[in-house]
Design a protein around this ligand. Structure first.
Ligand code: 3HC
Ligand code: NAI
Length: 646
């Protein structure tokens, strides 16, 4: 039974139990529909409390039903029926009341939340708008301004804020069901407030709406749903309830079948499948109670910060006292940045630092569960580190490398018990970026592999398993993307036109401005290394620039010029002169065609990666691109986009 009814005197308690997240599938909608009828017909019941079993209140519509034709009773009708019930309903919220779940709660006459619960309308993150009155009832509870924030960002708010905004009527500590029943009894002693649909909403003026539109459009970068949601909110503020409902429903049904919604659902399910892959079902992850990071540079400090954020004590090893001090300063800088941005309190930052022991003596690693190496990208340096680790660490300690391009098999050569060795490829900044490529060698045990996934879960990262090749999944596709972008430049497409095209397509940056930010020298040195080792690596345009001293923003110029202290790229005559003899044509390719060409090239590389078994599934490649390389989420990643064929 997804819906059951109990009685506490004159209060009925309706319990929803539809694991895992009480999503509003057809059976639940029908169950709620029937419950209203049954309770309306029961003269002994004076009010109804709606609670949910399990980890959360109703988390929304059942997203798995979105690809299929809607089946009655439809959710807006269920919400209206609850609102129109002869007895007042009280939603008792724990966990998250999201999307359709919050819409059901708004159909109730009252909402009571337990401390720590949250409410929200995340529909835009799935490429749709709320479809059961979210855009129409929310402004009637909290006003248009709060509603715009909630609906166009999709970000939920915690119970205390929801109370302040008027989204819930009370917050209870402890026993939610008891608290909600008590609330219902107290409410019956007073005149009932009007149903939410009957409450007035004051519309801000046209200039305010236009300003909102400009702000949302800027954030949306090509994503459709937030703007359509804003339109719904404006209609809700300016037109009668029924008209606004019809407008919202039409928008919802229109977007539900859109490519963007399909793409966002694809990423939603890929993200949820990633942390627990089926092939690791029988494996046992090692517990990670302590960790060490070797190297406190850009990556080492970021990885140490990520570990501390997850509450794991960290030993940081550097080469000598001076480097130890630098590493600690890097780490402190990350936490201080967190304080400046309001993400951490001073006390939390201090607690993060207190959990770090730093030094240059490997003896400190004798009892560490996990060691992550992030030293210079040089095989000999890394090998020397793993030699030491092999001597000092426990035989069951998991030993990981963060190498970007080196072959993990070569790094692990000679390591006693290589079954506990693995590649854990973090992305910069490692405490922020969600992606973690997990790279087993042929000798890595399944338990070590499972430990990598368990670590990702505890760090809140999205793990993707990658096989061994140059650049694994992400950097290999990046290399191809950059090569294709350079090929367009050789054909005469302007550098700035390529960057503009990718930004217009939803990327945060184009390929050339991104290289200027990160520095052209790293990839250059890698190519030079391969050339020195006898490999044939054709000259790139980037090589020409680096040889002319143009390594990016840090040298005042790369693909663009930069005024001192200014990050704004300026088209460079010097670059035009340096590359002139290598540019063979003149092309007026339009932005759409440029973006389509470059994303298709990514997908083509992705297909090769899949065919070689470097990635286990296409959706993993999409996750890598979305979470590691800024591929627009609402396009679903290069593989999804290619599959869609548009
Ligand atoms: N529909 C179907 N399945 C869902 C779902 C949904 N709305 N939300 C979560 N699930 C599934 C997940 O796929 C996962 O399945 P699995 O165990 O088979 O992998 C399982 O439920 C558990 O999900 P999580 O791993 O995400 O569980 P957490 O406990 O970490 O998080 C949550 C719980 C906060 C509720 C989170 O699942 C979430 O944010 N869900 C999405 C909520 C959402 O977007 N709701 C709006 C839907 S659209 C809508 O309501 C339209 C309406 O306006 C008409
Ligand atoms: P970095 O140069 O900022 O830091 C390297 C640190 O290692 C330095 O602080 C150095 O003192 C220390 N170190 C060198 N030898 C050591 C030794 N024997 N023992 C202890 N410490 C030693 O380099 P970065 O960028 O942090 O890169 C580190 C590793 O991470 C490389 O393998 C790199 O390929 C990889 N990586 C880098 C990314 C990036 O965006 N920078 C992204 C993902 C991986």
């Amino acid at each position: 039974m997804v819906v059951s009814i109990e009685r506490e005197g004159d209060i009925a308690v309706v319990t929803v139990d539809n694991p895992p997240v009480n999503a509003l599938g057809q059976a639940l909608r029908q169950g709620l529909w029937d419950a209203v009828g049954a309770l309306d017909a029961d003269p002994a019941v004076r009010a109804v409390v709606l609670v949910c079993a399990g980890r959360t209140f109703i988390a929304g519509a059942d997203v798995t039903e979105f690809g299929k034709p809607p089946v009655p009773p439809h959710l807006p009708d269920v919400v209206d029926r609850i609102e129109g019930a002869a007895k007042p309903w009280v939603a008792a919220i724990h966990g998250s009341a999201l999307g359709g779940g919050f819409e059901v709660a708004m159909g109730c006459r009252f909402r009571v939340a337990v401390e720590g619960a949250s409410v929200g309308l995340p529909e835009v993150t799935l490429g749709i708008v709320p479809g059961a009155s979210g855009t129409v009832r929310t402004p009637r509870l909290a006003g248009s301004e709060a509603a715009v924030d909630l609906v166009t960002t999709g970000r939920p708010v915690k119970a205390a804020k929801a109370l302040a905004l008027g989204l819930v009527d009370a917050v209870v500590a402890g026993d939610l069901r008891g608290g909600a029943v008590g609330f219902a009894r107290a409410a019956l002693a007073k005149p009932l407030p009007p149903a939410v649909s009957a409450r007035p909403v004051a519309s801000p003026d046209a200039a305010w709406w236009e300003a909102q539109r400009a702000a949302v459009a800027k954030r949306a970068k090509g994503e459709v749903a937030p703007l359509r949601a804003l339109d719904c909110l404006r209609v809700a503020a300016e037109r009668p309830f029924a008209e606004a409902m019809a407008h919202e429903r039409a928008t919802f049904l229109d977007l539900r079948g859109s490519d963007q919604a399909a793409a966002l659902r694809h990423i939603f399910f890929a993200e949820r499948a990633a942390p627990r892959p089926a092939h690791l079902a029988g494996a046992t992850a090692h517990p990670i109670r302590s960790a060490a990071v070797i190297g406190g540079g850009t990556m080492g400090a970021g990885i140490a910060a990520a570990l501390r954020d997850a509450g794991i004590p960290v030993v940081l090893i550097e080469r000598d006292d001076e480097a130890v001090a630098r590493g600690l300063a890097n780490l402190r800088g990350i936490f201080e940045g967190g304080v400046k941005r309001g993400k951490l309190t001073e006390a939390q930052a201090a607690e993060r630092m207190a959990g770090v022991t730093a030094g240059s003596d490997y003896a400190a690693l004798a009892d560490t569960d996990l060691v992550i190496e992030a030293v210079f990208e040089e095989l000999s340096v890394k090998r020397a580190v793993f030699d030491r680790l092999g001597q000092v660490c426990r035989a069951d300690a998991v030993l990981a490398t963060n190498t970007s391009y080196l072959d993990p098999r070569l790094i692990a050569e000679g390591l006693p018990n290589a079954a506990r060795f693995i590649g854990l490829h973090f992305f910069s900044p490692a405490n922020v970026m969600k992606l973690l490529e997990i790279v087993p060698t042929p000798e890595t045990s399944i338990d070590t592999l499972a430990t990598g996934f368990a670590l990702a879960r505890s760090l809140g990262k999205i793990p993707v398993q990658a096989g061994i090749c140059e650049g694994f999944i992400g950097n290999r596709i990046l290399k191809r993307y950059r090569a294709e972008a350079e090929a367009l430049v050789r054909q005469g497409v302007a550098i700035a036109a390529i960057d503009a095209a990718m930004r217009a397509d939803g990327f945060a940056m184009g390929p050339f401005e991104a290289q200027d930010l990160g520095g052209l020298d790293i990839a250059f040195l890698q190519r030079e290394g391969a050339r020195a080792a006898g490999q044939h690596v054709p000259e790139t345009l980037g090589d020409v620039l680096v040889r002319a001293g143009r390594k990016g923003q840090k040298t005042g110029g790369g693909w663009y010029d930069y005024a001192p202290g200014d990050r704004k790229p300026v088209v460079s005559d010097r670059v035009a002169a340096l590359l002139a003899e290598r540019i063979t044509g003149r092309s007026e390719m339009d932005g759409g065609a440029i973006a389509a060409h470059l994303t298709a090239a990514m997908a083509e590389e992705g297909k090769a990666i899949l065919a070689e078994g470097i990635a286990l599934k296409a959706s993993d490649i999409d996750l890598v691109e979305v979470h590691g390389y800024g591929f627009p989420r609402w396009q679903g990643g290069p593989m999804f986009k290619a599959e869609l064929g548009r």
